[in-house]
Design a protein around this ligand. Structure first.
Ligand SMILES: Nc1ncnc2c1ncn2[C@@H]1O[C@H](COP(=O)(O)OP(=O)(O)OP(=O)(O)O)[C@@H](O)[C@H]1O
Ligand SMILES: [Mg+2]
Length: 397
């Protein structure tokens, strides 16, 4: 069994979409495929129409079962999605995994042990990770031979990429398995000049550490997820479906043992190389950006100039970039978590902003983009909420 973790600490970059549809394309090739949802948000079940209220046991129960004296095998809890395609669902309990297992020896090997028991039942396992680098992601990496890092090809997506890859590299120092890490360009919009430039730079810098296949932005993928279907079922003729078929073919083509032995370096070496490339890329990409910021400013500084949260006079200004959104609101402590009370105003080039007169204090909030709740992509200060999702946090002094 070849095990592939889909990892990126950034929320909303397409991890779940890639996991669900790559697994589906592998299954369609006659390969027995298991999808494992390690995200407390449980989006794989939602995206595959598995009724949440009927999920009695999740991958959490498998991972903690042994330590509680109630062992559970993956084969006893999977849901059959279609021929060759099984789902080991996640659940909100996963949010408590880190705390629950604190002090337990080998707590980062739980998933690896569980998967080894079903290694003969499947050809591929795809693991959808949460948007954070913690114990759950570490469990996934330790169980894997391959890591796919989906990178959304929007301007901001590059921000923090190098930092994230370095974090992964630090984690990998504690791994003894060898892992092949590949970057996958996702949500690529060929119609935007910025998208084309960023993809060009990614290709130039990441070279053979990047999949040749690119996952295009395709609204059919969004529709398929909201109806609980993989794209191969919802619209087999769509561009989205073609992209995932190509990705599965490319992945399978690197599965010959001899070829892989050559490709595989230590995870750390690979991540260090990618991380250095990301830094270089940030520097180059900064030159192409025609903003009003000074030419010497780094891309990070420029971004901070435009997007994020900052204090202005006696108010706090939130600025974000959602070029494809029709409605953006903010919900937080300051408005009783009622997004309709705080709509953001649309500016030029897909920016959205709102100015709020907030008194000194610590506030938690989330952006609501066309009805979807998500963390503020331009604010790195977050904390986990009771639903296992990330709230953004702002302190006003
Ligand atoms: N290629 C694509 N084309 C169009 N929409 C996409 C594409 N990929 C993802 N999306 C949409 O973008 C949103 C975020 O995608 P997704 O849930 O896959 O991201 P994620 O990285 O798993 O998020 P999280 O970090 O919260 O788990 C979803 O609404 C999804 O339908
Ligand atoms: Mg997800």
């Amino acid at each position: 069994m070849r095990t592939i973790a889909v990892v990126n600490q950034k929320g909303g970059c397409g991890k779940t979409t890639v996991s669900i549809n790559l697994a589906s394309a592998l299954a369609a090739r006659g390969l027995r495929t298991l999808l494992v949802d390690m995200d407390p948000q449980g989006h794989c079940a939602v995206g595959l129409a598995v009724p949440e209220e009927q999920i009695e046991q999740s991958i959490y129960d498998v991972m903690v079962g042994e330590s509680c004296g109630e062992p559970l095998r993956i084969s006893e809890m999977v849901w059959k999605i279609c021929d060759n395609y099984d789902l080991a669902p996640g659940s909100i309990d996963l949010a408590a995994f880190e705390q629950q297992m604190a002090g337990v020896e080998d707590r980062e090997e739980c998933l690896k042990r569980a998967l080894s028991e079903v290694a003969g039942d499947y050809d591929y396992a795809v693991i959808d990770c949460p948007p954070s680098v913690g114990s759950l992601t570490f469990n996934a990496i330790k169980a894997s031979s391959d890591v796919i890092v989906p990178v959304d090809t929007g301007y901001f997506s590059l921000h923090g990429l190098s930092k994230q890859l370095s974090t992964l590299s630090v984690l990998s120092q504690q791994c003894d398995n060898e892992i092949n890490v590949m970057v996958l360009a996702s949500m690529y919009d060929v119609r935007t000049k910025m998208g084309r430039e960023i993809l060009g730079e990614l290709k130039k810098h990441f070279g053979d550490k990047m999949f040749k296949t690119v996952v295009n932005f395709n609204t059919k993928l969004k529709e398929a997820a909201s109806l609980g279907q993989p794209i191969s079922e919802y619209d087999p003729a769509s561009k989205g479906c073609k992209d995932f078929n190509a990705l599965a073919d490319e992945l399978v083509s690197t599965d010959s043992r001899a070829e892989r032995a050559e490709m595989v370096e230590s995870l750390q070496a690979k991540l260090d190389a990618i991380s250095a490339s990301a830094d270089e890329l940030l520097a180059t990409a900064g030159v192409t950006e025609t903003s009003t910021a000074s030419a010497t400013a780094t891309m990070d500084e420029k971004l901070a100039d435009f997007y994020g949260v900052r204090k202005l006079d006696d108010a706090v200004v939130f600025v974000s970039l959602y070029p494809r959104a029709e409605e953006v609101q903010i919900a937080g402590d300051f408005n009783g978590w009622q997004p309709e009370k705080t709509p953001m105003q649309k500016g030029e080039d897909g920016t959205w902003h709102v100015k709020l007169p907030l008194a000194a204090g610590r506030y938690r909030y989330r952006m609501v983009v066309d009805g979807q709740w998500q963390q503020d992509p331009y604010n790195e200060i977050t904390e986990m909420n009771p639903f296992g999702e990330c709230n953004s946090v702002v302190e006003v002094h």
